[in-house]
Design a protein. Structure first.
Length: 203
């Protein structure tokens, strides 16, 4: 998440105890939005040459004083667009937020028909499809999207449907609940780790 290795996140949590996420029933770390901004602050401080101890001490001081962390805004560039078709609204909002913090634009839908329309009108660079979308239409949706587009499709489901998803045209499959780090890593593998921005016309 935010380009911070999982081992580093774990070390920071254990050693400094400043940013401590909640745990999902499956044991995954669930960072709140303020905590994501705190991690971004720590990352930027480290990139500026501060030690981890100094960065965490500065974060503690800022939080105690109620000061803003002054997170720089992302420039309005033509970023890669992810179509996120997720039937669980809470999971959808959570995944959308983390994808945006990683530098992607997100088109969020909660219905199979809306997903088809989004593919036509938005031309996303990758689609994340919940196989239980619209009463279990996810497999058919994967097959339909594959017939009309070559974009990578990441299928997700609470059910063990990996083989069925791949047969339907999905490029990869993840079993839910999906950790945010796992989701971002899978997307980076599918679109390329350095491909956060769409190439300019003519490139």
């Amino acid at each position: 998440m935010l380009g911070i290795p999982t081992a580093t996140l774990r070390t920071w949590q254990d050693r400094y105890g400043v940013v401590v996420p909640e745990r999902s029933p499956g044991g995954h770390r669930l960072y709140s939005r303020p905590q994501v901004e705190q991690l971004r602050f720590l990352r930027d401080q480290s990139a500026a040459g501060r030690s981890s101890a100094d960065a965490h001490r500065l974060l503690r001081e800022r939080l105690a004083a109620g000061e803003a962390l002054r997170i720089p805004k992302t420039e309005n560039t033509s970023r890669l667009l992810i179509l996120l078709a997720e039937q669980d609204r809470y999971a959808a909002d959570f995944a959308e937020y983390f994808l945006r913090t990683e530098g992607y634009d997100v088109a969020l839908v909660t219905d199979a028909d809306d997903a088809i329309a989004a593919m036509r009108h938005n031309a996303p660079d990758l689609a994340v499809i919940d196989l239980l979308l619209s009463g279990g239409r996810g497999l058919a949706l994967c097959a339909q999207l594959r017939k009309t587009s070559a974009v990578p499709i990441l299928a997700i489901s609470t059910l063990a449907l990996r083989d069925e998803a791949l047969d339907a045209g999905a490029s990869a499959f993840l079993r839910k609940p999906v950790d945010s780090l796992q989701l971002v890593a899978a997307i980076q593998d599918l679109v390329g780790r350095s491909a956060l921005l769409r190439p300019e016309a003519g490139e």
